[in-house]
Design a protein around this ligand. Structure first.
Ligand code: NAD
Length: 265
């Protein structure tokens, strides 16, 4: 199926690893031009070179390094993108998460979570959406989480930011009436990434249990309602994200890619 994405310019934030990197790859496979973002310029360049070589995409992988929790860096990135002709598709994927007891999360940490998980998306969308509306084409996807609709007691701050992203997405979609511009959210469930692997390594050390045992018991112990009974792969999230941007009739949607954990129709 031709998703009509060849040649589209796509900014995927937080695309040096994990889900963001897989989303970047999925767009490259569709023939799009992809901007790689992370905080470190050298790392972005290294990933861009790796992807260009691996997917024979010379000239289609660009570097867009910036710490998006910093308003000035975000503004400078937007200027660079505008000078390069702007973007057609914006995937706000940047996000941080950590298991932490609610009573120990400080005001500073709350503000940091808001800054990284929400304001990064607000800053880029505020600058890019008006251009999309004027040019008559645009797609925005915000990478939320299943915990946006099933908030977690062990990650209260994270869950709150992910719920806020759903509201941001739907509210922005309300501004697109009659235009070929869409704003949607994708809600991954527990997804296998280096970050998640590190989490299990740390937990195994703390609990004095083998990592493999913790991983194989994870769904029975913590996510018994999962129909998938394994971690979602980054490729599965990436496919859903690309699909969401392929069709104008999908607008204002929240697409769950969480293996059926949430028992709702
Ligand atoms: P990851 O840690 O592997 O990747 C995060 C990316 O964001 C990296 O490229 C990192 O460099 C970048 N980043 C972090 N802070 C940044 C900043 N201030 N400015 C620019 N870039 C920054 O994470 P992941 O697991 O791939 O998660 C990606 C997104 O998916 C996040 O929004 C996360 O909340 C969401 N998500 C992840 C899971 C999961 O189980 N892994 C589940 C649901 C939702």
């Amino acid at each position: 199926m031709d998703l009509d994405l060849a040649g589209k310019k796509v900014l995927v934030t937080g695309s040096t690893s994990g889900i963001g990197k897989a989303i970047a790859v999925a767009y490259l496979k569709e023939g799009a031009v992809v901007y790689i973002n992370g905080r470190d310029d050298a790392r972005c360049k290294a990933i861009a070179d790796e992807l260009a070589a691996e997917y024979k995409a010379e000239g289609r992988v660009k570097v867009a390094a910036a710490d998006l929790s910093d308003a000035r860096q975000a503004a400078a990135l937007i200027e660079r993108l505008n000078a390069d002709g702007g973007v057609d598709i914006l995937v706000n994927n940047t996000g941080i998460f950590e298991v932490k007891a609610f009573e120990t999360i400080t005001d500073e940490e709350w503000m940091h979570y808001f800054n990284v998980n929400i304001m990064s998306a607000v800053r880029l969308s505020r600058a890019i959406l008006p251009d999309m509306l004027e040019r008559g084409f645009g797609r925005i996807v915000n990478v939320s989480s299943e915990c946006a609709i099933k908030p977690l007691g062990q990650m209260v701050h994270y869950s709150v930011t992910k719920t806020a992203l759903l509201s941001l997405s739907r509210a922005l979609s309300e501004l697109t009436k009659g235009k070929d511009v869409t704003v949607n959210s994708v809600l991954p469930g527990p997804t296998w990434t280096d970050g998640v692997e590190n989490y299990f390594d740390t937990l195994a050390e703390k609990e004095g249990k083998p990592t493999d045992e913790l991983i194989s018991n994870y769904f029975a112990d913590h996510e018994p309602t999962s129909l998938l009974q394994r971690f979602v792969s980054v490729e599965e999230v990436a496919k859903a994200t690309v699909y969401l941007t392929s069709n104008r009739a999908m607008n204002g949607q929240s697409l769950r890619v969480e293996g059926g954990i949430v028992r709702a129709i």
